[in-house]
Design a binder for this molecule. Sequence first.
Ligand code: XMP
Length: 516
Amino acid sequence: RLLIIDFGSQVTQLIARRLRELNVYCEIHPFQNVTDAFLQDFAPKAVIFSGGPASVLDEGSPRPPESVFALGVPILGICYGQQVMMEMLGGKVEAGQSHTAEFGRAYVTPGESRLPLLDGWFADAAGREQVWMSHGDHVSELAPGFEVYATSPGAPFAITADPARNFFAVQFHPEVHHTPNGRKLYENFVRLAGFSGDWTMGAYKDEAIRLIREQVGDKKVICGLSGGVDSSVAAVLIHEAIGDQLTCVFVDHGLMRLGEAEEVVSMFRDTYNIPLIHADEADLFIGALEGVSDPEVKRKTIGKLFIDVFQKHAHEVGGAEFLAQGTLYPDVIESVSFSGGPSVTIKSHHNVGGLPEKMGLKLVEPLRELFKDEVRALGRELGLPQSFIGRHPFPGPGLAIRCPGEITRDKLEILRRADAVYIDQIRKHGLYDEIWQAFVALLPVRTVGVMGDGRTYDYACALRAVTSVDGMTADYYPFSHEFLGETATRIINEVKGINRVTYDITSKPPGTIEWE
Ligand code: XMP
């Protein structure tokens, strides 16, 4: 196994992700925990030093133990990790000046000699590679045994190595998307270290189960289910680990799509035999939303009620010491990098991961290291059906935010039926998996139409479909006119209460994906 020593970089988890993609098992450990004894015990086959926010020039800045260099295994130092390595092995690091600091895209060009770590690099016509730099300090003198293998304008020592010892040091971040050939570099590194690349998501599952058992012991766990992929995968995984020590609480706010609540209940109770409390609280939620038309007030009302209802039902379980959540890695970084930051609140997001710490329960978050696509892979490993795993994201406040203005039961029913027709159309045309998210929003306007020989005065709706990688930015999906025409006809014919269909062609930004 491979050891990643974490010096606090925002992107350390991306290193782990790149390695998992190469089917290599790795563990991230914060530098404070990595002692001589730890290294002996862990016996890594290779080590990576992550980047980090500190400067090696500061007194007391983080270091790995000296003994790491005596293990005789390949080591890769990234950014701060590179500087630590250089300094500890006898080189020098200088404080950054404005002309040597580099942030963002840079290009490195190769030196004279070839380095196996860089096989497959510099292959295009220009003979250079794009990399992502983010450093103030830089290495100014190499440690004995090291040579330069690539340079960039701001980093004469962009890639250096001591090939005899298999020590590699890079100033940039090969793990990020903006170093397009970074994966190749990791591939070469793990090959040099002798990994066979036979680790799988199945092995991840086994390890996650072991860790859950270790954490929870014989105590009880409750898990909030939203019907979405993340909380469902977390619940099934935890159930596999501790069986009926787990109870799920599904807060049904009456704002789900057609047939969705029933599906969740039957999947958990009948297919998986997981103890489930179905808190059918539609009346409560819809009652509380009466007369509310402001989007933020809607979101906050739902969020607050959700917590109250969840707590009430969680108490019924009695004696639970743990709360399980389907928090993913992107949620972890977002809350770290943005909490308390200067960014404004566009929307108060609500999800089952937002339950308060004041419940006094310890958290079990088995998906904390994973990205969405990895959670899907884990779900497949756990036997969840593909049709469920591949589902588009659905927001915590549900259909309430797809009905701009005040919601009523009638409007929700119309919306449910229109949405079902739209999604059916998308599936029939084989487009579901190409689209990141699709739904209908029911507009708070009624318009005049003519059907048969009669006048109609019904609601207008908007179809929304976007492509995206992470929901942060999005573009509208370019349906054919035929598809749009056919879908409009079907919705108007099949859904009583709608007589006009529009297509939303706004990207994000400036729009958001949801209408509220
Ligand atoms: P927006 O509308 O902000 O949405 O562009 C981005 C993605 O987030 C989903 N979304 C939510 N998910 N709780 C959630 O769990 C929420 O409160 C929430 N609001 C929006 C939205 O569906 C899209 O996928």
